[in-house]
Design a protein around this ligand. Sequence first.
Ligand SMILES: C[S@@+](CC[C@H](N)C(=O)[O-])C[C@H]1O[C@@H](n2cnc3c(N)ncnc32)[C@H](O)[C@@H]1O
Length: 215
Amino acid sequence: MLAGLSPYDYLAHHPTTGREFDLFMKARSAAVGQDLAAFDFDHVRTIADLGGGLGGVLAAILRKHPHLRGILADREDVLDRARDHLATQGLADRIQLAAGDLFDHIPQGAEVYLLSSVLHNYSTAQGVALLTAVRRTIETGGRPAEVWIVQGMLPGLAGQPSPWYSTDARMLSLFPGDGVQDRDAMFRMAGEAGLRVRKTIRLPASQQTLMIAHP
Ligand SMILES: C[S@@+](CC[C@H](N)C(=O)[O-])C[C@H]1O[C@@H](n2cnc3c(N)ncnc32)[C@H](O)[C@@H]1O
């Protein structure tokens, strides 16, 4: 907590730090976007990027796959900063913005629900709650959809080197959650939310792991 604020509230109230965080995230999002844009999306019409930030990941996917539409869901202050960025890339009419807290509302209507670098902000119980809300949204929608979770994951055996230990330390110092988890913990989280993991894929550019799950 920063001066009593959550990290995202702090960034919203401190524009200079907020701009620095945006620059950091743009570089991170570019790598994830490069990784995900390489996938086959022929069976998909709409991707909902939950906690999609400034939309860098979604934009990279939509630029490469012109048939796709996107839903970018994030806090209102973040989407206010994303709007111009998407317009300059000519993507404003292909991306619907969904402002609000993901714990209150998950937008309907996608075949892929993406959560990239979001769950590490939360506790295991909150992660299960968020994934459960996504599963219920898919079930209510009544048509098949997948949940794509992109996360750095710690190695299962303590002592193995991993770039994600430093991210874990940063998350634990900033957020009152459980930080970066290992692969088994992520499987358990998905399972407790009523999701079955179909596969996991190591992403080369971002060094993160993509976990594809479905209800
Ligand atoms: C670390 S950034 C990841 C951005 C993007 N998904 C990526 O991978 O580049 C996490 C994002 O999740 C958003 N977020 C976290 N919790 C949220 C919540 N409860 N409701 C809405 N947005 C949330 C934050 O505002 C932030 O933009």
